[in-house]
Write a protein that binds this ligand. Structure first.
Ligand code: SF4
Length: 359
C-alpha cells in the first residue's frame, strides 16, 4: 500500500502527517481535575504504546488539572477535547496543550470560532476539527450523513484557511463502517491536511474491536490516516491502544514488540499450543520492546517447520513429546516439549541483549 502524503503538522514533540509514523492516540476516562488519577492513566497508556493523549475538558477544575498534567509531563503530546464552552479552549491553550479538538456541531457560534482559530494560530497550537455523526450542526441534519459530515468539516476548514491557520488535523467519525470509510475518502480527495482516523462509539469487546479493525484496515490499506484512535467502551484507555497497535502491526505499518505467529491447532496437534503461547508471552514480557521480532509457535509437522523457518525464532511441536527449535531458518535444537518454552524465550532474551550491546 502507498501512504497518501499529507501536510506536516507539529503536535508537541511529534510531527503528524507527511511520511511520519501513524501515531496511536488514546482518550482518558478520568476527570482531568483528578490529575493524579489522570497521570496514572496516561502512564499506563504510554507504557502500552500510546503516543498522543486526549483529555475531555468541560469545567474549570479540568483546566486546573490540565495545568498540573502539563507541568508534570512537559513532553506529552496533549490534546484538549472541548465542546460547547469555547472559553475553556482558550484557557487550555494558555495552559500549554498542543492541540484543541473542536466539533463543528458543538461550537456555539462562528464569531467565537474565528477568535479561537486566531488564538490557536498565533500560538502554534493545532486545531483538530473533528465532526461526529451524533452531533452534526443543525443545518446539515437531514442530509446523507457522510456528506453532512464532510460539509460540516469543509465549512470549518474554509474559515480556518481564511484566517491563515495552517496547523489543522481533520477527523469525521461515525459508528457505521461504511459512512466512516466514505467520508474519509472524501476528506482525502479534497484536503491535504493530516487525518485522524477512527470509528466512533464502536462498541465494546469483540464487536468494537472487529468494527474498528475493519474500518481502520480499509482506510489504512488505502494509505489514508496519520493518527488513529480505536474507541472502545471500556474503563481504561489501555485496550484501545493495544488494538490500535495490533491493527498497524497487522498491516505492516509499524512494529512494536514481538509478533507471534501461532496455529489455531487441529486434530493433528502434537501438544498444547494454547498453553505454549500463553507461557511464552509470560516468559518474554520483560523483553516486549524486542522490536519487530517474529516468533512462530506451531502445533505439528504440517505447517510448523515452514512457518518456524520464516520467523526469527520458531518452535514446532513434533511426535514423542518433542519440539524443534528454529533460529533464522535453521534448526538449532530438538528438545523435550517441557523445555521448549524456556529455550525459545532464551533465544529471544539473547537476541535482545545482543541488540542492547550494539546500540
Ligand atoms: S500446524 Fe498442524 S496442528 Fe497446527 S493447525 Fe496446522 S495442521 Fe493443525
Amino acid at each position: 500500500m502507498k501512504r497518501r502524503k499529507t501536510q506536516e503538522v507539529p503536535l508537541g514533540p511529534l510531527i503528524v502527517g507527511g511520511e511520519h509514523p501513524i501515531w496511536v492516540e488514546a482518550m482518558g476516562r478520568k476527570h482531568p481535575g483528578d490529575w493524579k488519577a489522570c497521570l496514572g492513566e496516561i502512564d499506563q497508556a504510554f507504557s502500552r504504546g500510546c503516543e498522543i493523549f486526549r483529555v475531555a475538558v468541560f469545567d474549570e477544575e479540568g483546566i486546573a488539572g490540565l495545568r498540573e498534567i502539563r507541568k508534570k509531563r512537559q513532553n506529552l503530546p496533549l490534546v484538549a477535547d472541548i465542546h460547547f464552552t469555547m472559553q475553556l479552549a482558550f484557557q487550555a491553550i494558555e495552559v500549554g496543550v498542543d492541540a484543541i479538538r473542536i466539533n463543528p456541531g458543538t461550537v456555539p457560534n462562528q464569531l467565537v470560532l474565528e477568535r479561537l482559530i486566531e488564538f490557536a494560530r498565533d500560538r502554534g497550537v493545532v486545531l483538530r476539527i473533528g465532526a461526529n455523526a451524533g452531533s452534526l450542526p443543525h443545518v446539515f441534519r437531514g442530509k446523507e450523513r457522510s456528506q453532512a459530515l464532510f460539509e460540516s468539516i469543509a465549512e470549518c476548514v474554509n474559515l480556518a484557511e481564511k484566517k491563515g491557520m495552517k496547523y489543522l488535523i481533520l477527523s469525521a467519525k461515525s459508528s457505521s463502517v461504511e459512512e466512516t470509510v466514505t467520508v474519509y475518502r472524501k476528506l482525502h480527495e479534497n484536503f491535504s491536511y493530516p487525518l485522524h482516523i477512527g470509528l466512533t462509539e464502536a462498541g465494546s469487546g469483540l464487536e468494537g474491536i472487529v468494527k474498528s479493525s475493519v474500518a481502520l484496515g480499509i482506510l489504512l490499506e488505502e494509505g489514508i490516516g496519520d493518527t488513529l484512535r480505536v474507541s472502545l467502551t471500556s474503563r481504561s484507555p489501555v485496550l484501545e491502544v493495544e488494538v490500535g497497535w495490533e491493527i498497524l502491526k497487522a498491516l505492516g505499518l509499524r512494529s512494536r514488540g514481538v509478533r507471534i505467529v501461532s496455529c489455531p491447532t487441529c486434530a493433528r496437534v502434537r501438544g498444547d499450543v494454547v498453553s505454549f503461547v500463553r507461557e511464552f508471552r509470560k516468559a518474554i514480557a520483560p523483553f516486549e520492546k524486542a522490536l519487530g521480532l517474529t516468533i512462530a509457535i506451531m502445533g505439528c509437522e504440517v505447517n510448523g517447520p515452514g512457518e518456524a523457518r520464516e520467523a526469527d525464532f520458531g518452535l514446532a511441536l513434533s511426535g514423542g513429546g518433542k519440539a524443534v527449535l528454529f533460529a533464522r531458518g535453521e534448526v538449532v535444537a530438538v528438545v523435550s516439549q517441557k523445555e521448549g518454552i524456556d529455550r525459545l524465550a532464551s533465544l529471544v532474551r539473547e537476541r535482545v541483549k545482543g541488540e542492547e550491546k550494539t546500540t
